[in-house]
Design a protein around this ligand. Structure first.
Ligand SMILES: Cc1cc2nc3c(=O)[nH]c(=O)nc-3n(C[C@H](O)[C@H](O)[C@H](O)COP(=O)(O)OP(=O)(O)OC[C@H]3O[C@@H](n4cnc5c(N)ncnc54)[C@H](O)[C@@H]3O)c2cc1C
Length: 270
């Protein structure tokens, strides 16, 4: 048994200095660190609780969420300004109330577990991730998710996205309400009378971890919603899933097709 040293920095600069130390990592909600194998290799944890990265604001048409906001903070804050937000639909189904009071946005974006309930909606919202430290800068969330090395000696400061009026739909494939999701589907859409004006569709939990269905989005844009036959559309869309305890890859692909068709018909049904 070895001891883990805790650090409680009072400033961002102090925290950035500490995470450069060997095997010393940021600690936000701690729920991912506890569950992962990370603990075996860690020598120190840097508590982020005193840093000025726990905020939520709307500025110049953008919603900015500080890294230390918990899932429940985000739900409560969004309910004030955007009660139809897909993030409310998604995060209120994640884990349990005590966990939602701990799980943070920064920890979840950095860790991005395959069962994540936040990454699909953030990718659909075209969110940007702001990093501080070695890789300081603002990154498209898809680029950030694919380039894991960006996290090296860096802290997630905030995620932000445009505040816009979307119709939204969120589905998580889980066997019970407390189960980890096998995959999730996030759909954002805009209608102009009966035309599909804009649409974004994101799946997480597939073999590539996440997939934005851009070909399907293009196919749907400009179509009359009453002419869409969702049962036909979904048959050509296949995603690769890794067999896991939720079912075989074939079963998960079929479930994905059925739920995608349901999601699309719900989002365009009035
Ligand atoms: C039983 C259980 C069920 C769960 N179910 C769900 C679920 O259904 N849906 C869901 O979305 N999530 C769920 N989660 C949460 C998810 O699995 C992760 O644990 C969580 O997203 C991590 O967030 P955290 O704030 O606890 O991060 P931490 O555990 O503190 O950190 C996770 C990783 O991110 C790094 N990190 C933390 N903050 C930052 C930062 N600001 N900048 C850079 N790096 C940082 C840490 O160093 C660590 O490597 C569940 C967790 C548990 C324990």
């Amino acid at each position: 048994m070895y001891e883990i040293k805790w650090y409680f920095p009072q400033s961002i600069d102090e925290a950035l200095g500490l995470i450069k130390l060997e095997s010393v990592i940021p600690h936000a909600g701690g729920t991912g660190i506890l569950k992962s194998r990370l603990l075996e290799k860690i020598k120190g944890l840097v508590d982020l609780g005193k840093l000025p990265i726990n905020y939520f604001c709307e500025e110049n048409g953008e919603i900015k969420i500080g890294a230390m906001q918990t899932y429940n903070d985000v739900i409560e804050n969004l309910q004030q300004i955007d009660p139809d937000s897909i993030l409310i639909k998604a995060l209120s189904q994640a884990a349990s109330t005590p966990l939602r009071n701990r799980i943070t946005v920064g920890g979840s974006v950095s860790y991005f577990p395959i069962w994540s309930d936040i990454m699909g909606p953030l990718i659909a919202l075209d969110a940007k991730v702001t990093l501080l430290g070695e890789n300081a800068g603002m990154y498209d969330i898809r680029y950030f998710a694919k380039n894991r090395l960006l996290r090296r000696n860096s802290l997630v400061k905030e995620v932000k996205f445009e505040k816009d009026r979307w119709r939204s739909y969120y589905f998580r494939a889980a066997r019970t309400s407390f189960d980890y999701a096998a995959f999730t589907i996030s759909i954002l859409a805009k209608k102009d009378k009966n035309l599909v004006k804009d649409i974004r569709i994101v799946v997480t939990g597939c073999a590539r971890k996440f997939s934005r269905l851009e070909d399907l989005e293009e196919e749907l844009k400009g179509k009359e919603t009453q002419d869409l036959n969702f049962d036909d559309i979904f048959k050509d869309i296949n995603l690769e899933f890794r067999g896991k305890r939720h079912g075989s890859p074939e079963y998960l692909n079929h479930l994905f097709q059925v739920e995608l068709a349901r999601g699309l018909s719900k989002i365009f049904g009035d």
